[in-house]
Design a protein around this ligand. Structure first.
Ligand code: TXE
Length: 478
């Protein structure tokens, strides 16, 4: 085995490697092969990391804005220099293929580079506000202090970058806790970045929900940013409330795609398929349910089934593999159960659903004739199974799309532009795509409504969320 992957990854606190007595083995979700080991962190490790971040804060926040912009570029260069290693590590611990039509782990590391460079270009300028005569008022944005970051297992390194970069850019220091299921790429990245950053500016602590709870409820954290499930997001918010800690939450999604009447469904099928099955469906902003006019149902299901059958599912390290496994057993069981329940309730299986290999890989399932009351439609399946729901009229489709607790993204496909616009306006979501889905850009705010989250990431608005407003009133002498 290549030694670079089969190693132990320590936590990094105050620039130094730190281990505990308890070791976790991280295994490939495709075949159970050992990827590496790491220590399991503790609440004491969280305390040490927060203290290190607090101690590093005065010097880091005292740097000139341009100096921190340069650090963001250096971070991008570190990702670039280690792209091959990091992509392989992501593929091995998370499962997504290296290439996957351009959206595998190499794309994930490419995103880390792109987001780092783009964040270096963003900056928050002071605003001079209207005031009375003889009075000047200026509003500046100041860093909050220590940011706690908790990340999930679907895009482990890219989501870490989405949390870390804007925090550092605006002068905060960071303690990150990656998912216990996919900690290695973050541990390695933080190790590498600590060769460039001053000690204590960026710290990583491993562990499960208990360690996450210690971080989100820590009295010396000034902001918590969390990406994960709505259930855990509620716990994070509760813990943060104890100390009146600001929190940004990017939670689940059950994104609907509405196909308008008269759309040539074969033409849009590849876009829909990509929007639903990116990262084997394990993406918060992926299509989770499709609403199609009754008359177009069969043609769309057939077109999607053809694409599903042509998809090569397997070990993400192998050439030609387009879809990797579900990342973990609990998620694998959830997707299988939702699929089986849908079939028992009358859905038709047009393609897929069967396991590949002995791990957690599943062929992408296309489920036709689904109904709004099926659990696979009302819940976030977060995996490679897509329900197609025929609708009788557009009003009904809009009503169904707006049902449920989530409001992350949605998409509208085909039709005339005025009709598309009307439907897009009627959907309650943080992002509405037209004739596309799952697009993201570091300069464009992204966030959900309802139970999909609080706040936005990316762009100037995302950057602002890592700062406090500080206003200066000055009255002229005499
Ligand atoms: O997520 P959790 P899970 C959805 C998806 C999936 C479901 C469950 O539907 O089926 O969530 O996944 C940490 N205080 N998404 O159980 O629990 C945990 O250690 C603080 C959507 O893996 O939310 C990990 O680091 N932190 C999603 C992180 O929270 C706690 C991505 C996420 O784990 C904690 C992944 C606690 N009490 C799953 N308990 C998206 N929005 O992209 C756990 N954690």
């Amino acid at each position: 085995m290549n030694k670079i992957f089969d190693r132990h990854y320590p936590m990094i606190i105050d620039g130094k490697p730190v281990d505990t007595d308890s070791v976790s083995e991280i295994r490939s979700p495709f075949d159970g092969e050992l990827v590496g080991t790491c220590s399991l962190g503790t609440a004491e490790a969280v305390d040490a990391a927060v203290a290190a971040a607090r101690a590093a804060f005065p010097a880091w926040s005292g740097l000139a804005d341009e100096e921190r912009a340069e650090f963001c570029q250096k971070i991008g260069s570190v990702f670039e220099a280690h792209a091959v290693e990091l992509a392989s590590l992501i593929t091995r611990e998370q499962g997504k293929p290296l290439v996957a039509g351009g959206f595998g782990s190499q794309f994930e590391v490419g995103g880390c580079i792109g987001w780092s460079m783009a964040t270096s270009q963003l900056s928050l300028t002071e605003e001079v506000l209207p005031a009375g005569e003889g009075l000047s008022v200026v509003q500046r944005r100041v860093p909050k202090g220590v940011v706690g970051s908790i990340t999930p297992w679907n895009w482990p390194l890219l989501i870490a970058v989405w949390h870390i970069l804007p925090a550092l850019r605006t002068g905060n220091c960071v303690v990150i806790k990656p998912s216990e299921l996919t900690p290695l790429s973050t541990l390695r990245a933080v190790e590498l970045l600590n060769e460039t950053l001053p000690a204590g500016v960026l710290n990583v602590v491993t562990g499960d929900g208990l360690v996450g709870a210690a971080l989100s409820g820590h009295p010396d954290i000034d902001k918590i940013i969390f990406t994960g499930s709505t259930a855990t997001g509620k716990k994070v918010m509760h813990a943060a409330a104890e100390n009146i800690t600001d929190c940004s939450l990017e939670l689940g999604g059950n994104d609907p795609a509405i196909i308008l009447p008269g759309t040539p469904v074969e033409a849009i099928a590849p876009g829909l398929f990509f929007g639903a099955f990116i990262n084997a469906g394990q993406t918060c902003g992926a299509i989770k349910r499709v609403y199609v006019p009754e008359a177009d149902h069969d043609a769309l299901v057939a077109a999607l089934a053809e694409l599903a059958q042509a998809t090569v599912v397997g070990n993400g390290l192998d050439d030609g593999v387009a879809m990797g496994p579900v990342q973990n057993e609990a998620q694998y069981e959830k997707v299988r159960k939702l699929t089986q329940d849908a079939l028992k309730s009358g859905a038709s299986l047009a393609a897929g659903g069967e396991p590949v290999g002995n791990g957690f890989a599943l062929r992408p399932a296309i489920l036709g004739n689904c109904r709004q009351d099926m659990a696979i439609v009302t819940e976030e399946q977060f995996g490679p199974a897509l329900p197609i729901v025929p609708y009788p009229n557009l009003e009904q489709a809009i009503e169904w799309a707006n049902e449920g607790e989530f409001g992350l993204c949605a998409s509208v496909w085909g039709g005339e532009s005025a009709e598309r616009e009307n439907v897009a306006n009627a959907i309650n979501a943080g992002t509405v795509y037209i004739n596309t889905h799952a697009e993201l850009n570091p300069m464009v705010p992204f966030g959900g409504v309802k139970a999909s989250g609080i706040g936005v990431q990316f762009g100037v608005e995302g950057l602002k969320s890592f700062t406090d407003s500080k206003v200066f009133y000055e009255r002229a002498n005499g």
